[in-house]
Design a protein around this ligand. Structure first.
Ligand code: UD1
Ligand code: CA
Length: 454
């Protein structure tokens, strides 16, 4: 049986109080709608239609459009009306999964169980669950035989109905032939004067169809986002869930409540992570890596045995085996450190390749550079890579010693085995094994302090 998916995302999300469309707010670093699209894509649907309202440009810019069908619903007249707009675009499939664009963490596993619950093409399926506080949700009404008869929205519910704790979570699987029949029949005779998708349950019952209900494995799967309080609360639940997964794989987290993954993270064995470490984008951490407190790591590979000390920021880099970074280091995109390199405090490195055991331990800027093996770059060294218009490269060989407070004016090549004296401004290339300095002779003036200065 073939499947299509309709994601409803045309609501304005006014309760977010933001110009950014609700479904583009991020959870775990990824826009809510992108998460849903990624999840439903794994079900292998023939089509995924996204219903948008008046913020289509922003949605299309944020999501890869090639495999999505975009359907406008404007003005938004309710979830049933939204699904009706998308129907012509999914006609060539048997079943349609309809879900709401503001529920980010539904899992493939639960959706697969929902699809599997439908055996014939004359049944409909939905996800319901029982919650402690059902406020705001549509309530599931069952008769005395426990047969699901209809769904009543919070605003239309009587006081008695509001006590019902079984809720509509917002996921339906319906044979397309019934959607074609039912969606045009929906009316807006309700408190909100909207066409409710949930009313298809009443029509299904009139037709005598069986309605299968499935429960989610975890309550967070069906938690929707309507405002920023809910967004922050679900973010915490998501992060805690991920932290627990990592700990179960053997990662030592000093505090799972102060650990944030905003993207994809892969971690090896015997890894120790202190508090307030944030991983963004795609990060791969090897075995036996230690990460200190208050560290931000983005789009980076950290190889086995490396140690990242407190308060370092690393982005777009490869940190080789056994390297030591920080404390207070800033590693910017394009940095590749070979084994056992050391980048110390208040050092900024950008777009630079550094060799084995090369060290920049204090207060330096190394940008647009290639540095060889076993080279020592002293405190306060600056690669002057920018002439006001263009960036230039600095090449430093193996076994070089660069003294403190040195300016290296690029473009510049410093050969293997060179020694640069402290306080030198190097403007010309230096051949291997030379000593270079431009010191002026030191002058000492006697009794300076006693001299009449007037
Ligand atoms: C909806 C359900 C409710 C359920 C709850 C689960 C209906 C009538 N109610 O209520 O039973 O318990 O979700 O979270 O379906 N949308 C459109 N076009 C519209 C209106 C909404 O595309 O005209 C989209 C919204 O962008 C949103 C989703 O549909 O992604 C749900 O709409 P929302 O207004 O949040 O519905 P709820 O009041 O949460
Ligand atoms: Ca909602």
């Amino acid at each position: 049986m073939s499947l299509s998916v309709i994601v409803l995302a045309a609501g304005r999300g006014v309760r977010m109080c933001s110009i950014l469309p609700k479904v583009l707010h991020r959870l775990g670093g990824i826009p809510i709608l992108s998460r849903i699209i990624a999840t439903v894509s794994q079900l292998g649907p023939q089509k995924i239609a996204v219903v948008y309202g008046d913020q289509g440009d922003a949605l299309k810019a944020a999501l890869p459009t090639d495999h999505l069908v975009w359907v406008q619903q404007y003005p938004p007249l309710g979830t049933g009306h939204a699904a009706l707009q998308a129907l012509p675009f999914v006609l060539d499939t048997d079943k349609v999964l309809i879900l709401y664009g503001d529920i980010p963490l539904i899992t493939v596993e639960t959706l697969t169980r929902l699809l599997a619950a439908l055996i014939t093409n004359d049944e409909i399926g939905m996800i319901t669950t029982t919650v402690a506080d059902p406020t705001g949700f549509g309530r599931i009404i069952r008769n005395k035989d426990q047969k699901l008869t209809h769904i009543i929205e919070e605003k239309d519910a009587t006081l008695e109905q509001k006590k019902i704790q079984e809720i509509n979570t917002g996921f339906f699987v319906v044979p397309k032939k019934y959607l074609e029949k039912w969606l045009p029949k929906l009316t807006a005779n309700n408190e909100q004067q909207e066409y409710y998708l949930t009313d298809i349950i009443t029509l299904a019952n009139q037709e005598g169809l069986s309605i299968k209900t499935v429960s989610p494995t975890h309550e967070w799967e069906i938690t929707g986002i309507n405002d920023k309080v809910q967004l922050a609360a679900l973010e915490r639940i998501y992060q805690k869930t991920r932290a627990i997964e990592f700990m179960q794989q053997g990662v030592t987290l000093f505090d799972p409540n102060r650990f944030d993954v905003r993207g994809d993270l892969v971690v090896g064995k015997e890894v120790v992570i202190d508090i307030n470490v944030i991983f963004e984008g795609r990060v791969i951490v090897g075995n036996a890596v230690k990460i200190g407190p208050n560290v931000l790591i983005k789009d980076t590979i950290i190889e086995d045995g490396a140690e990242i000390l407190a308060n370092s920021v690393i982005e777009g880099a490869t940190i080789g085996k056994g390297c030591q970074i920080g404390p207070f280091a800033r590693i910017r995109p394009g940095t590749q450190l070979a084994e056992q390199a050391k980048i110390g405090n208040f050092v900024e490195v950008k777009n630079a390749i550094m060799g084995v055991k090369t060290k920049v331990n204090h207060l330096s800027y190394i940008g647009d550079a290639t540095v060889g093996n076993h080279t020592n770059i002293g405190a306060g060294t600056i690669t002057c890579n920018f002439d006001g218009k263009k960036k230039h490269k600095t090449i430093i060989g193996n076994d070089v010693f660069i003294g403190s407070d040195t300016q290296l004016i690029a473009p510049l090549t410093i050969g293997d085995g060179v020694t640069v004296g402290a306080g030198t401004t190097v403007r010309k290339n230096v051949s291997p094994n030379y000593l270079v300095h431009n010191r002026v002779e030191q002058r000492s003036v006697e009794n300076w302090n006693k001299k009449d200065k007037t």
